[in-house]
Write a protein that binds this ligand. Structure first.
Ligand code: SME
Length: 171
C-alpha cells in the first residue's frame, strides 16, 4: 500500500529501520512494508484533525532519535532519556498522556501552539523499548481512551515487526 496523505512526511535524521513482516500475525491496511515508520506516521496523521504533530522517535542507547514525522519542524531531533515528556516516558517505562503541557515542568516545547501530548512506547517482541510514537495537539486534553487505543495498536504493529538491529546501523 502506498502512503496517501496531503501532508508531507519528513524524515530527519533516522531512516526507516529494518522490519520483519513475517513475524507478525495480521498486517494492518495502513502498513507499508517498504516504509513502516512513515506509513505509521501518515496513517495516524490522517486519523484525527486533533493530531497536529505526529512523529516516531527511535531509541538508540540512551538517546531518542527523531525519525519520520508530520507537522512543524522541531529542534528536538535528539532527546536524552529522562528529558522532556518523551525521555520521561522511557525513563519511567510507561506511556505518557499529558492533557496540559503548560502544567508540566519537564516539557520540551516543539510548538507554542501545542496544548497536549501523547507518547506511546514501541516495544519489540521481547518487550524492550525500541522507540515511541509522539503526538502533539493544539487542543487541550486531546487524547482520550479511544485515541490511546488507536496509537497503541499502531505501536504494537510496529513493535512486533521490529528487528533487533536497525537498518541505519548497517550503513
Ligand atoms: N514535547 C516533547 C518534545 C518533542 S516535540 O514535541 C516534537 C517532549 O517534551 O519531550
Amino acid at each position: 500500500m502506498r502512503i496517501e496523505t496531503s501532508r508531507t512526511v519528513e524524515t530527519d535524521p533516522v531512516e526507516d529501520y529494518a522490519f520483519n513482516d513475517s513475524a507478525a500475525s495480521m498486517t494492518p491496511d495502513w502498513y507499508d512494508v517498504d516504509q513502516p515508520l512513515r506509513s505509521a506516521v501518515a496513517h495516524l496523521a490522517s486519523c484525527s484533525s486533533k493530531f497536529n504533530w505526529v512523529g516516531v522517535y527511535v531509541l538508540n542507547g540512551s538517546t531518542l532519535e527523531l525519525g519520520p514525522y508530520i507537522g512543524a519542524p522541531t529542534e528536538h531531533t535528539r532527546i536524552e532519556v529522562g528529558v522532556g515528556v518523551c525521555g520521561t516516558a522511557v525513563a519511567r517505562d510507561e506511556d505518557m498522556n499529558v492533557p496540559d503541557v503548560t502544567a508540566t515542568d519537564n516539557y520540551l516545547a516543539c510548538s507554542l501552539e501545542t496544548k497536549s501530548e501523547l507518547v506511546v512506547l514501541i516495544r519489540s517482541q521481547d518487550r524492550r523499548i525500541v522507540g515511541q510514537i509522539d503526538i502533539d495537539s493544539h487542543e487541550h486534553a486531546a487524547f482520550g481512551p479511544e485515541e490511546e487505543r488507536l496509537v497503541r495498536d499502531v505501536a504494537e504493529a510496529l513493535g512486533e515487526r521490529w528487528l533487533e538491529e536497525p537498518a541505519a546501523d548497517r550503513g
